[in-house]
Design a protein around this ligand. Sequence first.
Ligand SMILES: [Fe+2]
Length: 293
Amino acid sequence: MSYNPMMNSPFLLENQTEYKKWRDNKLAQYPASKNKILVKLNNSNLNNNSINLLRDSINKYNFGIYEFNSKLTNEYLKKFCSKLKLLQSVSNLLADENDISNITNQNTERKQSSGIEYIPYTNKQLNWHTDGYYYPIDSAVKSFLLHCEHPAKIGGENILLDHEIMYIFLRDHNPDYIKILMQNDIMEIPGNKNIKGSSSIKGPVFYIDEKNFLNMRFTSRQQNIIWQKSDMIKKIKDYIFSFIAEDNYYTFNILLRENQGYIANNVLHKRKEYVDGDKKRLLKRLRFSERVE
Ligand SMILES: [Fe+2]
């Protein structure tokens, strides 16, 4: 499915003036420290003021970090999301009836019962990706929340990079890179052998959605992904991989503490490996098919 983006969208290559304006404004928000972004929230008094602070941050960086004063129930978590107008949650096989996934190390139990290992549900490092990159763009994940109920003893940091920053660096380096990454058959995810009826999905890396926002589908995994083959794609991939390889001026390194979390308009992110203490690390995740506007 494709949409007709707004004529003056900064994400269209022909709109250099609009792009320049949008780009300069975006880059002017950096450097940013995560401590300044953190918004403190009160469970018993979730006022519009603090919600607006969070929204401001998401506007600038495509994510916002918050901290509640005490533990939240699943119902409260959903209510909190609805304050940000996140209403259409996206379910998955491992989510509960609230579409909440408990991200914790289930490796031993799960592997024994099914023989399949899902890296998010282990204590291993999770490489750079956007959520739901394996979905077609008409059922995309546009935002997600990750809420920490209990941190690991050691590690488990999340590293975030606004996908719009990635777009800027690619476009400034070579606008043809963007042209290629917006092609509808650039990246293919083969059907999952373990899921009956699953078929392969082709799509772009960057696309402009029906509300004129820029979205990114990306995974740095090398298996179960088929990139279009050309010298140019190889160059583009090398560029992306070197940009995200190390912490830079634009990445945020976030170690969520108890009752902290972040909400993101599906930015690029990864997770470092971790070690559990007596109590297992537990993060609650909700995904949505709309973004925070
Ligand atoms: Fe993720």
